[in-house]
Design a protein. Structure first.
Ligand code: PEP
Ligand code: MN
Length: 457
């Protein structure tokens, strides 16, 4: 993340846009804060606080995504469904980083392509919900909307939206970023030392042998190149790591939107890569209006109800000049629907010659509830959607340039199946997510190996 190769590029600024112009549009999935004065105070404080990322880093990511659009890189985006304040803890943060580094090592080695690494973290604190309220035993309270907004406990105090939580979330995001940056700068991601990323499970897993073979092969080629050149191979001792979150809570996002001196225009400096969730991505939604004016690269979740026409008008709104690296389309159709819903979209975007990066989220179209009341996903469905996505892109002459996953470095039991063949009864053992079920470390690595196999076909 260095500024040296980033020169400001002139861009045309969007017309009639301001960081608050979204307020004239319909903003879905927002909390209703009971105390307007407290909200105004919190936002005034946030506007004064330092940003979490810089415009240099944002533009550097945009260039890397532009290269991914050209087939020169693969995007790995992953992390929790929802971060929680309580989980802002050194072990959890470093384990998540470890699993993402291991996956990217598998991808780099298997695909022979550089990987763009983007965490779903340092700000993933606001969640869209299917209902505004939740009723239990005759008591109705506001739904839990993520730690930015309220707390998961089912009582009136926990569920009351509290604007001070945005300030706490900003601080937790800064702590997470600080720790990740310090680890990376200190050589944690050094390819000479993949042993730093060992997780306790590696010795026990069936996948361990395959993983270690790759680590050894990479070690051999690094040593070989170093022997040849007589010096350390450059750039192997540090990697870029970027952050992303769903830019859902618009008052927060607006407060972190800053005009950067000597750059053109406005940046959301709370994250490198904000995305618009499926439920707030209609052309006339406030979220689309907000995203239209910021210069960050942005993602859009594309679900099965999006038609080719709707998608093309979103692309026109959000990237009228076809700027490279600007737009990533994250399709999340579900294993059963991807075959019918995805090809018309791929075809329309290809026909119009629009520049986008297509990536697959095989998680969100495959959520179901078990008979014992757990929200889960079957590994077989996740795998099937991903495999189909590779095949459908190949058949359409487009390219699947990345994946978007919900995962953790912990040994949780939230998704069914995988190498260890988790069954419903296992879900009671280590189900920790407050929102969506995540792949555990082993299932995550399995997905990375699967991507390599599909990519090679
Ligand atoms: C999510 O990414 O956690 C999410 C809610 O996704 P989607 O908007 O695709 O449903
Ligand atoms: Mn989710």
């Amino acid at each position: 993340m260095s500024p040296r190769d980033t020169q400001p590029q002139p861009v045309s600024l969007p017309i009639d846009w301001a960081p608050d112009s979204w307020q004239a549009f319909q903003a879905r999935q927002q909390p209703s804060y009971p105390d307007a004065a407290a909200l105004a105070d919190a936002l005034a404080e946030l506007r004064r606080l330092p940003p979490l990322v810089t415009s240099w880093e944002i533009l550097s990511l945009k260039r890397q995504l532009a290269e991914a659009q050209e087939g020169k890189r693969f995007l790995l985006q992953g992390g929790d469904c929802a971060e929680s304040f309580a989980d802002c803890e050194s072990g959890l943060v470093s384990n998540r980083l470890k699993v993402l580094l291991q996956m990217s090592l598998v991808l780099v080695h298997g695909m022979r392509l550089p990987v763009v690494r983007v965490g779903r973290f340092a700000g993933q604190y606001a969640k869209p919900r299917s209902a505004d309220t939740e009723t239990r035993d005759g008591v109705t309270l506001p739904s839990y909307r993520g730690d930015f907004i309220n707390a998961p406990g089912f009582d009136e105090t926990s569920r009351r939206p509290d604007p001070r939580r945005m300030i706490k979330g900003h601080a937790r995001s800064a702590m997470t970023m600080n720790f990740v940056r310090a680890l990376i700068d200190g050589g944690f991601a050094d390819l000479h030392h993949p042993e730093y990323w060992e997780l306790g499970w590696v010795g026990r897993s069936d996948l361990a042998a395959e993983y270690h073979r790759m680590v050894d092969a990479i070690g051999d080629s690094v040593r070989f190149m170093e022997t040849l050149s007589g010096e350390e191979v450059h750039n192997l001792n540090r990697v870029d790591f970027f952050t992303s979150h769903e830019a859902l809570l618009l008052p927060y996002e607006e407060s972190m939107t800053r005009e950067v001196p000597r750059q053109w225009g406005w940046f959301n400096l709370s994250t490198h890569f904000p995305w618009i969730g499926m439920r707030t991505a209609a052309a006339d939604d406030a979220h689309v209006e907000y995203m239209r004016g910021i210069r960050n690269p942005i993602g859009i979740k594309v679900g099965p109800t999006v038609t080719p026409d709707k998608l093309l008008s979103l692309i026109d709104l959000l990237n009228p000049e076809d700027e490279p690296g600007r737009l990533t389309l994250i399709h999340r159709m579900g294993a059963g629907e991807v075959e019918s819903k995805l090809p018309p979209l791929l075809e329309a975007v290809r026909r119009e010659g629009r520049r986008v990066l297509w990536i697959a989220d095989p998680m969100h179209g495959n959520t179901e509830s078990t008979s014992n009341g757990y929200k889960t996903r079957r590994f077989a469905n996740i795998r099937s959607e991903l495999e189909q996505a590779f095949e459908l892109h190949a058949a359409s002459g487009t390219r699947l340039g990345g994946v978007h996953l919900e995962l953790t470095g912990e040994d949780v039991t939230e998704c069914l199946g995988g190498a260890r063949e988790l069954v419903e009864a296992d879900l009671t053992r280590a189900y920790r997510s407050t929102v969506d079920p995540r792949l555990n470390y082993e299932q995550s690595l399995e997905i990375a190996m699967l991507i390599v196999r599909k990519h090679a076909q």
